[in-house]
Write a protein that binds this ligand. Structure first.
Ligand SMILES: NC(=O)c1ccc[n+]([C@@H]2O[C@H](COP(=O)([O-])OP(=O)(O)OC[C@H]3O[C@@H](n4cnc5c(N)ncnc54)[C@H](O)[C@@H]3O)[C@@H](O)[C@H]2O)c1
Length: 251
């Protein structure tokens, strides 16, 4: 289905990004994995993708560094699909929220997406590629989950970035959408579930479908957004949250 396409996945050494890279490779795409994790530490994540794309590439690219992002894109023979997925979360109650914590979330989660998506979009336009840009938002982009102000604000920015890019890039045939995962028992939330008892207690009360999601479920939605099945879809935020955002809860 994606044979002949080249896909960049940022944060591809992490849990959700690695599942995206694997599933895109399984559908025939050539995958270029980006992360700040040194290559040696990402060996297992690379091998998992290699099982489906023997030529998978890995580059240490910090999405905050625009010059590095532009250089990495210029190095690629073609860019068809971009998954702008790298992100962080570090909980701090609002009254204790440091300026450094705030800035770090905006730099990685929002400016990082701007850097990657604008650079890739410029390349797609220059090449005449009718590409796909898929961002990783979050169900909390619209819900003030406790103690993660910088994170929720950064993801709210991601949602508007999706819509703005979708509008301006439509004329070039470039489609821009996002997945909005709920609570996934892996990656950022997986660490919080293990390390923060108050988080685990809140989570137990808020998922109507009864359990956290999996990276594979989120990656399947990314494949859908990269596929011809979504040729008429742009500017959408596809929520996969087990129903979390459907009701008011006491967290
Ligand atoms: N896990 C969840 O429940 C959940 C829920 C909603 C949204 N998300 C989103 O999914 C995305 C992936 O998160 P995850 O849960 O797989 O976490 P993760 O920590 O497993 O993966 C994130 C990856 O991003 C990389 N990264 C961090 N800063 C970077 C930078 N400056 N440049 C390049 N790479 C960088 C990390 O090294 C890591 O490998 C994030 O955008 C996150 O906000 C996750």
């Amino acid at each position: 289905m994606l044979t002949g396409k080249t896909a960049i996945v940022t944060g591809a050494a992490g849990d959700l990004g690695n599942a995206m890279a694997r599933q895109l490779a399984e559908r025939g795409a050539h995958v270029v994995m980006w992360d700040i994790v040194p290559r040696a530490e990402a060996a297992e994540a690379i091998e998992r993708v290699q099982a489906h794309d023997a030529a998978v590439a890995y580059a240490e690219v910090d999405v905050r560094e625009r010059i590095a992002v532009d250089a990495a894109i210029a190095d690629m023979p073609q860019v068809d699909i971009v998954c702008s997925n790298a992100g962080i979360v570090e909980a701090q109650p609002f009254l204790e929220l440091s300026q450094a914590n705030w800035q770090n979330h905006l730099d990685i989660n929002l400016t990082g997406c701007f850097n990657v998506c604008q650079s890739a979009a410029r390349r797609m336009v220059a090449d005449g590629t009718k590409g796909r840009i898929i961002l990783t938002s979050s169900w909390v982009a619209q819900i003030p989950w406790p103690e993660i102000t910088a994170y929720t604000v950064s993801k709210a920015g991601v949602n508007m970035l999706v819509k703005q890019m979708a509008r301006e890039l439509a004329a070039h045939g470039i489609l821009v959408n996002a997945v909005a995962p709920g609570i996934v028992d892996a990656g950022l939330a997986g660490r919080q579930l293990r390390e923060e008892p108050q988080y685990a207690a809140r989570v137990a009360k808020v998922i109507p479908l009864g359990a956290p999601g999996t990276p594979e479920e989120i990656a399947s939605a990314v494949v859908y957004l990269a596929s011809p099945q979504t040729n008429y879809m742009t500017g959408s935020i596809l929520t996969l949250d087990g129903g979390c955002s459907l009701f008011q809860f006491d967290a």
